[in-house]
Design a protein. Structure first.
Length: 324
């Protein structure tokens, strides 16, 4: 079986809208705490591949996924394809030098984990990023295909969650991180943290203002742009009556305002393709200021989902065809 494209719906959809900010904050707090305690983030190359069982899964996979993407290799001793795939993954873990952590799970000894992930056959490879599981591929795959999948994984982990991975020290002893100085706080860390706290408190207006303050000084700040787009979206749908919004959209297919509101609900509900498709169809049916309003809202939703998501690229092409 060829590797399937990674499903990023659990990462970028608004069902977990605050996950990116929370994961980054946790990773930064963990690094700072390690520095204060005299340890830090530099690990031995041998620590990039670990054996995981059910007892240690929460600690070794879920908690670690807040600082580095964790790739899970489900395998068994009797599985011949596993014996071909596992050495490739181990070699790539060393080559990627801390950009992901490889967790090996023996399915014979950990059948509960196999069931929880819905593994139907092995080898099967998943990832966990900021506590969220993603299927990567099942069965045999070429090294080029594996690299492409890993490249997408580490890019999404960094761009959406601020997870830059682990620092590797060839001189470190396995299991004993080396010391390192605490990284200085960035110029906008306090404002970004204030935005996260506002989101936690349900203060969407406060989160919007905090992100806007960052962007006023640093218009290209990726984290602030993403956070602002998400906070504004949540602010727009707050207080909406979903049934009434969808009823109006169904009855008025050419009404730009009705379709925009329904698209916002689609996206918050995780229906990315539905949201994009609804607005692209509305672009085709409208003109003038209404059409421009729909186009601008679609571009805002692209920002929420993220430019690296393949659904955004597909929708951009469809929008271009609708416009021209």
């Amino acid at each position: 079986m060829q590797p399937r494209n990674m499903s990023m719906s659990g990462v970028v959809d608004l069902a977990a809208v605050k996950a990116a900010q929370e994961a980054k904050a946790k990773a930064e707090q963990a690094r700072a705490e390690a520095a204060r305690q005299g340890g830090t983030g530099a690990v031995s190359p041998a620590d990039l591949v670990i054996d995981v069982d059910e007892a240690g899964f929460e600690r070794d996979v879920i908690q670690r996924s807040a600082e580095v993407p964790v790739v899970i290799d489900f395998w068994a001793e009797w599985c011949q394809p596993c014996k071909q795939l596992s050495p490739v993954l181990e070699r790539l873990a060393a080559e990627y030098a801390g950009r992901f952590l490889l967790a090996k799970i023996d399915v014979d000894a950990n059948q509960m984990l196999m069931q929880q992930f819905g593994v139907q056959g092995i080898p099967a490879v998943f990832a966990v990023v900021a506590g969220q599981a993603l299927p990567l591929f099942q069965g045999a795959a070429s090294e080029a295909q594996i690299r492409q999948t890993l490249d997408q994984l580490v890019a999404v982990a960094e761009q959406r969650f601020g997870l830059t991975g682990l620092t590797v020290d060839p001189d470190a002893r396995p299991g004993e991180p080396t010391e390192a100085a605490e990284a200085p706080a960035g110029p906008y860390d306090a404002l970004l943290e204030a935005a996260v706290q506002a989101l936690d408190a349900g203060d969407l207006g406060g989160a919007v203002r905090a992100y806007q303050n960052v962007l006023a000084d640093d218009p290209g700040n990726t984290e602030a742009k993403l956070g602002l787009a998400q906070a504004e979206l949540l602010q727009r749908v707050q207080g909406m009556d979903p049934q009434a919004v969808r009823k109006e959209a169904a009855e008025k297919p050419q009404d730009a305002t009705a379709q925009i509101a329904a698209a916002d609900l689609d996206l918050v509900g995780g229906h990315v393709d539905d949201a994009f498709g609804r607005l692209i169809d509305t672009v085709r049916r409208t003109a003038g200021e209404e059409r421009d309003a729909v186009r601008l809202r679609l571009l805002e939703l692209f920002e929420v989902v993220g430019p690296e998501d393949p659904r955004v690229a597909t929708a951009r092409r469809a929008l271009a065809r609708a416009l021209f």
